[in-house]
Design a protein around this ligand. Structure first.
Ligand code: AMP
Ligand code: ZN
Length: 117
């Protein structure tokens, strides 16, 4: 069910502490942690603690929680002293989504090309 922890979800396991992560920020509703395979000097993932399969499902089911995630991307950028950065929500396997728990990638610390690959 939307919002409930999923036994087979990697990021739910990071939320419950059974899989370790390098956590950089935590609020009542969100966690931000470093990506295990960074694509930029700063590459942090911001997730809602509640399980939603992707950004669109999150926004539809829990818009205030989606706003919490967005607010935290800015907080991460501030802490990492990023003047420019990119927020990415890969949505669907064709766009590179591999973990089915909504997450914002916060990428920065280097030049970022546009359009992305
Ligand atoms: P996506 O491909 O958009 O679904 O993003 C999933 C991201 O999770 C990838 O960038 C992975 O490198 C990252 N990732 C996978 N496992 C872990 C982990 N245990 N800790 C931190 N990041 C992870
Ligand atoms: Zn999950």
């Amino acid at each position: 069910m939307a919002g409930e922890p999923q036994d087979d979800c990697l990021f739910c396991k990071i939320v419950d502490g059974s899989i370790p992560a390098t956590i950089v920020r935590e609020t009542g509703t969100t966690i931000a942690f470093r990506d295990i395979n960074p694509q930029a000097p700063t590459h942090v993932l911001v997730i809602p603690k509640a399980h939603h399969r992707d950004a669109a499902a999150l926004a539809a089911a829990a818009p205030e929680l989606a706003a919490d995630v967005l607010r935290e991307t800015q907080a991460v950028a501030d802490e990492e002293k990023l003047e420019s950065y990119r927020i990415v929500f890969n949505t669907g396997s064709g766009a590179g989504q591999t973990v089915w728990h909504a997450h914002a990638h916060v990428l920065g610390g280097r030049g970022l090309d546009w359009p992305p690959g």
